[in-house]
Design a protein around this ligand. Structure first.
Ligand code: AOF
Ligand code: ZN
Length: 358
């Protein structure tokens, strides 16, 4: 199963809106006869790839798969049927597929076909691997990760606004990997005006996620880096904006403008998440600045936090901290993280945890 999880992860960032799935087929003597993983939505599922690699299945084979095999016909055919027809004896799966089309039905189909089913091997790892898919498929809202880099004294910029760079290079290239593992990267217009970021994954190979800018008053400069052709960009604006600028932006290649009813210059986070979930955006990395990070906390729309901490101290009463917004009035209203993970880079540390659901 660990090998199947490793295979699944090879497709990180490429499978959305599908999960990452890996599969290993072992014969009656314990030898690996086939391996496969799901590479991207619309292409063959992991089980089909592993069956094809194995060729003719020898009697008594066991299939290890990181997710409950599907029994529905979506973009591709049902894996359960293929497993039954191939004559496998036993299916060991890490966790159930929460997709309502599959949940429990896949395992049921296999058992009815006389195949032995074992569930729960490496379940925690498999659920962690597909946490974004699992959240989106059951709620149709994207899984939101808040990401920020701060100094040891909790500042994201100096009092003059200087923030380049808080963390060092190896930490920043990991942050690009984080971008790649999400469908979209989101910032506020303040960050675009202050830092002119590219929001791409240029430090690592692979795709660029969709760039989303919350820009209620359509202040984005037409020559901003986020409007270049490296990736697609969604500008979210209010309803009452400069018509000429709107039409110029709409004529740009790779740029889409979504207008929403802004409340006092603030884009409503919850409605935006619902709208993006409907368009199959399964996950968003929110990178700042402090007003935007705070507005996601205030809206209760945070699922994971990735806090990079650098061994630097800035000080300064006016220097910003990671989350602005309204904030919690009591400790009991704070975001609480569970399943903490700590990753140590050459200088910096990443603290990440999943937000406890009430
Ligand atoms: C599996 N093995 O490798 C994957 C599964 O549109 P389709 O046909 O690709 O189906 C997508 C759904 O199938 C997806 O939402 C999830 O429930 C399941 N993904 N299932 O048996 C796989 N990727
Ligand atoms: Zn399948």
């Amino acid at each position: 199963m660990r090998r199947a999880l490793e295979l699944a992860e090879l497709a990180e960032g490429n499978t959305s809106p599908n999960p990452m799935v890996g599969c290993v087929i072992v014969d009656a003597l314990g030898a690996v006869v086939g391996e496969g993983y799901h590479e991207r939505a619309g292409e063959a599922h992991a089980e089909i790839k592993a069956l094809a690699a194995a060729g003719k299945i020898v009697e008594g084979s066991t299939v290890y798969v990181t997710l409950e095999p599907c029994c529905h016909s979506g973009r591709t055919g049902p894996c359960c049927k293929a497993l039954k027809e191939a004559g496998v004896k036993r299916v060991v799966m890490a966790c159930p597929d929460p997709n309502p089309l599959v949940a429990g039905k896949g395992a049921g189909y296999l058992r009815n076909a006389g195949i032995e089913v074992v569930t729960g091997i490496c379940r925690k790892e498999a659920e962690r691997l597909n946490e974004k898919f699992m959240y989106w498929i059951t709620r149709r809202r994207p899984f939101v990760t808040l990401k920020y880099a701060m100094t040891l004294d909790g500042k994201i910029a100096s009092f003059t606004g200087d923030s380049k760079w808080i963390t060092v290079e190896d930490t920043r290239s990991f942050a690009h990997k984080l971008r790649k593992s999400h469908d979209a990267v989101l910032v506020g217009i303040g960050t675009v005006l202050a830092d002119n970021p590219l929001l791409t994954t240029r430090m690592i190979p692979g795709k660029n996620p969709l760039r989303i800018v919350l820009d209620a008053d359509l202040k984005v400069p037409l020559d901003a880096n986020v409007l270049n052709n490296d990736a697609a960009t969604l500008i979210v604006s209010g309803q009452h904006v400069d018509k000429r600028k709107l039409s110029r932006l709409r004529k740009m290649r790779n740029v889409v403008v979504l207008q929403m009813e802004a409340d006092d210059g603030i884009i409503p986070v919850k409605s935006l998440m619902d709208a993006l979930g409907e368009t199959e955006i399964t996950s968003i990395l929110v990178e700042g600045g402090s007003a935007v990070l705070g507005s996601f906390k205030d809206a209760g729309a945070v699922n994971r936090v990735c806090a990079f901490v650098a061994p630097k101290i800035l000080g300064g009463k006016r220097a910003l901290t990671p989350l602005g917004g309204k904030g919690a009035d009591k400790i009991s209203d704070s975001i609480r993280l569970t399943d903490m993970e700590y990753k140590i880079f050459t200088e910096d540390i990443l603290l990440t945890g999943r937000v406890k659901e009430e």
